[in-house]
Design a protein around this ligand. Structure first.
Ligand SMILES: CC(C)(COP(=O)(O)OP(=O)(O)OC[C@H]1O[C@@H](n2cnc3c(N)ncnc32)[C@H](O)[C@@H]1OP(=O)(O)O)[C@@H](O)C(=O)NCCC(=O)NCCS
Length: 178
């Protein structure tokens, strides 16, 4: 058994049998995630076990976003320019009800953080943001260092710290003239 992340593909992945206990999150996966992915609204990343590749253990959806500077805690506003803070939003996170409590939510969150750090090799992303649907969800995120925004609840954010470029740029720094 190996756990893998992949992008949702409605031709292969069984969205119908996914149930996390929150109807709106099941409905999104079944009816909206594919369309949003095609339309450039959000990508949906799913966690699968390679022995049952059609079975969705959990998912998160990601899109570009921003926060206003005044929504960050004062300690996170230092050295920041006076315009909106570039962000990645994890708009939804859900784990199948009979797979909860096995660490998959943590894995999906870690996957989103890794993707944000990887995209940051090519464009600015200062924070990962989430919308907690209730106090329990907020507690889950706060356990991983997310901070409540000022005046923008239920949004929380995870500061990604300062960017450390990898030694190799993601594309050639110089190209030859033809
Ligand atoms: C919230 C959710 C994604 C967590 O996924 P999971 O796979 O069950 O969580 P994990 O097994 O990775 O648990 C990681 C940690 O979070 C804690 N945790 C799990 N669910 C929690 C919750 N609802 N509230 C607070 N903490 C929670 C666990 O106790 C665990 O802590 P530990 O590492 O100290 O033991 C999952 O329960 C879920 O899909 N719930 C329904 C949908 C939902 O509420 N989504 C939140 C988006 S707003």
């Amino acid at each position: 058994m190996a756990l893998t992340f992949t992008l949702l593909d409605g031709r292969y992945h069984d969205r119908r049998s996914f149930s996390c206990g929150v109807a709106a999150l099941d409905d999104y996966l079944r009816n909206w995630a594919g369309q949003h992915q095609r339309d450039g609204i959000a990508t949906t990343h799913i966690l699968i076990d390679d022995t049952q590749p059609a079975h969705i253990l959990g998912y998160c959806s990601l899109s570009a976003a921003q926060l206003y500077l005044h929504e960050l805690l004062e300690e996170h506003r230092k050295r920041m320019p006076a315009y909106p803070v570039p962000a990645m939003r994890m708009g939804r996170l859900a784990v199948s009800a009979n797979e909860q409590g096995k660490g998959y939510g943590r894995l999906l969150l870690g996957h989103a953080v890794n993707l944000a750090l990887s995209v940051r090799q090519s464009m600015g992303i200062r924070v990962l943001i989430v919308d907690a649907k209730d106090a329990r969800a907020a507690k889950f995120y706060e356990g991983y260092g997310f901070q409540p925004t000022i005046d923008a609840r239920p949004t929380l954010y995870l500061p990604l710290g300062r960017h450390k470029p990898t030694s190799a740029p993601p594309y050639p720094a110089q190209t030859q003239r033809p």
